[in-house]
Design a protein around this ligand. Structure first.
Ligand code: MG
Length: 158
């Protein structure tokens, strides 16, 4: 059996915050604003995995009104989401994440992002794709007001 899910997330870029994407802290002048570490790519990925099993979204499971998740490491949320699907007998098939940002440059970090996500999800890095694109200066991502991420997840069950 297979199931597919998709996820999307956006966070605002601000000064004075660290930039966490796919579980990696990237050198940059700005970071993403949010209740947790605001890892926009992990949030989209969590929603894709949850969506595959119609298990609502991360805001439902980890509310941003809950002080327990203030400054939370999003890797812990992703690990918990993977625990939830395994509890129901499902396994990660493959995932594909696209980050939309004008800056910084993601190319040097793609492999460490893939490895970090794979480790967190308990799967092989070959099952984890991370891509990044600019939006050619257009829209809120192009104006560097925020970063968006999309993800697709395929889950399998024997
Ligand atoms: Mg989010």
């Amino acid at each position: 059996m297979i199931r597919i899910g998709q996820g999307y997330d956006v966070h605002r870029l601000v000064e004075g915050r660290d930039l966490w994407i796919c579980g990696i802290k990237l050198p940059h002048t700005h970071g993403l604003l949010g209740h947790s570490d605001a890892d926009v790519a992990i949030h989209a990925l969590c929603d894709a995995i949850l969506g595959a099993l119609a298990l609502r979204d991360i805001g439902y499971h980890f509310p941003d009104t809950d002080p327990a998740y203030k400054g939370a490491d999003s890797k812990k949320l992703l690990a918990e989401v993977c625990r939830m699907i395994r509890e129901k007998g499902w396994e990660i098939g493959n995932v594909d994440v696209t980050i939309m940002a004008e800056a910084p440059k993601f190319k040097p970090h793609i492999d460490s992002m893939r490895e970090c996500l794979a480790r967190t999800m308990g799967t092989d890095a070959d099952n984890v794709s991370v891509k990044a694109t600019t939006t050619e200066g257009l829209g809120f991502t192009g104006r560097r007001e925020g970063i968006a991420a999309m993800a697709v997840a395929l889950l399998t069950k024997d």
